[in-house]
Design a protein around this ligand. Structure first.
Ligand code: NIG
Ligand code: FE
Length: 414
């Protein structure tokens, strides 16, 4: 029989529960549910009750709950969700970064053989164990920043064997970190230079030889593709996504990063998310607004490349659901600081605190199709982070500098 463990945490100056908010569209700070002098009662790995600390205290005491008694002011939020990263990779692209800052563009570097292909070469040289170890190190850095759920893409293998190696490395990494890693197959990142055949032939080989193994080994239930001039066209991807849909994978797209086209593919295939969208115009925004596809802004890629941000304000005003992710990768987004990036996106795109926080909690969870986290309420996973401040607005106001000092994952303080 499983033993039941209760924990009461508090008193919390402000618990921002992120409950009762719509999945789509603009949000005002006044809509936030903020409980002052809050307590959170945890039962095993789940949230049991969120309410006034002093109301919860007697019950917690009578059932022998462990007390995490807080001294000083804290603001609680659900554990953060980073719904788009590429943290499984070997090597570095500091050389690309210097070249970009000397005036070469990301696409020029890609066309001359650098960019993503450079990381593919370095990732292929790394063993599965080494990749897992590097992924754990990066995931643990994120976890320290309060990010308790992290999506991780493959896409630097670009052959049947090397993509499987990456996804097995992500699975091994997941077993070796307290954070939850959500794997995504991005074999359709760029066409591999060493493949003999067309782009469609390559994608067919992945669909035929990788998709069923993803299912049998439990390696991923998500298929991503980069639709771009230097990657795959809308035409290339049709049968690949068709097959993915038939096999009941969730689809997600790297869309409209430099030119448009990807968001239409995303909407046509009922993708769970369309990520990037820096180049999206009114037309694409409208298309997304008429769909259930979640837009994912990746401010870290805009900062890393020195280009415009995703039109987050316009997307929200059009009624789109907006998540915000780090895109942490060695090329376009080497920083990997989600809170800083989300806060800065808020400054440039005029987002409310509620919109920024929704983008890195429940809306990001929705972009991953995960229902059991992203808010502080009964039944959700007890992933809770506490910032040392008396005002939740400090989180974006300090532009990511203020980090949580207490992190609880699955009901356990880490
Ligand atoms: O999301 N845009 C394509 N893929 C990644 C970058 C990967 C890389 O540059 O290594 C992105 O920005
Ligand atoms: Fe990406």
């Amino acid at each position: 029989m499983q033993t039941i463990k209760h924990t009461l945490i508090g008193p919390i100056r402000q618990a921002v529960t992120m409950t009762g908010l719509p999945l789509k569209g603009a949000l005002k700070d006044e809509q936030l549910d903020i409980i002052s002098e809050a307590g959170i009662l945890i039962k095993n790995d789940r949230i049991h009750q969120v309410g006034n600390y002093w109301d919860l205290y007697p019950e917690a005491q009578s059932i022998g709950a462990e007390m995490i008694s807080l001294k000083g002011d804290f603001v609680a939020l659900p554990g953060l969700v980073d719904c788009h990263t590429h943290i499984c990779f070997g090597g570095s692209r500091a050389q690309d970064y210097a070249m970009r800052n000397a005036g070469k563009s990301y696409l020029e570097i890609a066309k001359s053989g650098g960019g993503i292909w450079d990381t593919v070469s370095q990732t292929r040289k790394a063993s599965l164990e080494k990749l897992a170890q590097l992924t754990v190190l990066r995931a643990n850095r994120h976890l320290k920043d309060g990010i308790t759920t992290i999506e991780v893409k493959s896409g630097y293998g670009l052959s049947v064997e090397e993509e499987l190696k990456m996804l097995r490395a992500i699975k091994l990494a997941n077993e070796n970190t307290i954070a939850d890693l959500i794997p995504t197959c991005l074999a359709a990142h760029i066409p591999p230079k060493d493949f003999q055949g067309t782009n469609k032939d390559y994608l067919k080989s992945i669909a035929d030889e990788v998709f069923s193994i993803l299912k049998t080994e439990g390696l991923s239930n998500r298929i991503d593709a980069f639709i771009e001039e230097t990657a795959f066209t809308s035409d290339d991807i049709q049968s690949y996504f068709q097959k993915a849909k038939e096999m009941e994978f969730d689809i997600t797209v790297h869309a409209d990063q430099f030119r448009t086209g990807g968001s239409k593919v995303a909407v046509d295939f009922g993708s769970i998310s369309a990520d990037h969208l820096e180049a999206s115009s009114e037309k694409e925004i409208q298309l997304l607004a008429e769909s259930n596809t979640i837009a994912v802004a990746l401010p870290g890629a805009s900062i890393g490349l020195g280009v415009s941000f995703t039109p987050a304000r316009k997307l929200l005003d059009a009624g789109v659901s907006l998540a915000i992710a780090s895109d942490w990768n060695p090329g376009s987004a080497p920083m990997g600081d989600l809170l800083m990036q989300a806060s800065v996106l808020g400054t440039f795109e005029k987002l409310s605190n509620a919109e920024v926080l929704a983008g890195i909690t429940f809306r990001a969870a929705a972009a991953l199709g995960i229902k059991n986290r992203g808010t502080l309420e009964f039944g959700k996973l007890a992933d809770i982070i506490l910032f040392p401040t008396d005002d939740y607005r400090d989180i974006t106001y300090q532009q990511g500098r203020l980090k949580p000092t207490i992190i609880i994952k699955n009901g356990v303080r880490i």
